[in-house]
Write a protein that binds this ligand. Structure first.
Ligand code: 13P
Length: 340
């Protein structure tokens, strides 16, 4: 069991590859579809995910895909269930298993992620449906006096309970503590909060006997808040983010797969590139992007059958550029050059 977890975790951060997060919940996918004026019906959601999963050649850069509960039960138009389709292309299917961030009692403006009740049974079902890994996301807002230690520790505890259950079920947990990038805070404050959060997460993971070799961490990058009026250079983001990770993430963890968190596609790629360019590091540094991999594809698609190919090309480009950023080989000039 331990070995299988380890080999799946390593395969997810294989050289030149990273993860596509396509696990938007009903509310989030509706928001994405609203932005292109497409109605969020079950069949539109299915057609859009099929477009992504059947993009030719993308398996060279995409090791795994995180699915949503609805998506793992859906099939391509030829009747092949999505997990089977991905598997047949050498892409590992995964599943988001948390039930979302809910208001935390007695803590205004803070959330705790729910979904532990009945999780053992749900994990067994997801494994039967073909999942090999899982994801659970906790979120923390930066503001006046928040996040509180209360919020930091209850979320760390829940993340570790989830991760232990996931490993018990033979599924690699992706532990995602996301310090949100909205707000007017400085990069120093983002560093301080991200440090507190990662410290608590790794204490709880150890206390709850989670094997670091059989998990992945999905953190935010350390950036100034979007409303701070400041922009950090890619090298600054790389430096602050690495300083935080070096302090808190055991070298036994095989990989760190960043979320994009609302950065532009190009910034998300360039920041990852800057980190890998300053390597080697104790862990693989990779991506598990939602928006930063999908935004151009969504825009190109607009819900039109005749735009599927253009959307697939747009997705392929971002996957390829992020694949290059895995080894520090990305250059912004690639954005304007033609990509086959
Ligand atoms: P973004 O890359 O759009 O932040 O999404 C990643 C993700 O899975 C958040 O849970």
């Amino acid at each position: 069991m331990g070995n299988e977890l380890e080999s799946t975790a390593k395969a997810l951060v294989a050289e030149g590859k990273g993860i596509l997060a396509a696990d938007e919940s009903d509310g989030t996918i509706k928001k994405r579809f609203d932005s292109i004026d497409v109605e969020s019906t079950e069949d539109n959601r299915r057609a859009y995910r099929e477009l992504l999963f059947t993009t030719g050649g993308v398996e060279e850069y995409i090791s795994g895909v995180i699915l949503f509960d609805e998506t793992i039960r859906q099939s391509a138009s030829d009747g092949t269930p999505f997990p089977k389709l991905l598997e047949s292309r050498g892409i590992i299917p995964g599943i988001k298993v948390d039930k979302g961030a809910k208001p935390l009692a007695n803590a205004e403006g803070e959330t705790v992620t729910e979904g532990l009740d009945g999780l053992r049974e749900r994990l067994n079902e997801y494994r039967e449906l073909g999942a090999k890994f899982t994801k659970w996301r906790a979120t923390y807002s930066i503001g006046d006096g928040i996040p509180s230690e209360y919020c930091v520790w209850v979320n760390a505890h829940a993340l570790a309970r989830y991760a232990a259950l996931s490993q018990e079920a033979g599924l690699v947990p992706i532990v995602e503590p996301e310090v949100l990038m909205d707000g007017a805070h400085t990069i120093e404050r983002s560093f301080e909060v991200t440090s507190r959060v990662q410290h608590a997460v790794f204490i709880e993971l150890r206390d709850q006997r989670v094997e670091p070799e059989g998990m992945l961490l999905k953190p935010n990058m350390v950036l100034p808040g979007y409303d701070s009026g400041h922009e950090a250079s890619h090298d600054d983001v790389a430096e602050w983010t690495l300083k935080c990770l070096c302090r808190h993430v055991p070298a036994a963890v095989p990989g760190i797969v960043f979320l994009s968190g609302g950065q532009s596609d190009e910034d998300a790629t360039a920041n990852l590139n800057a980190m890998n360019a300053s390597g080697p590091h104790p862990w693989q540094l990779s991506f598990s992007y939602g928006r930063a991999l999908q935004a151009p594809a969504l825009k190109a698609w607009q819900g039109r059958e005749e735009s599927v190919e253009a959307a697939q090309q747009a997705f392929y480009r971002r996957a390829k550029f992020n694949g290059a950023a895995r080894s520090g080989a990305y250059a912004p000039e690639m954005e304007t050059a033609g990509v086959a």
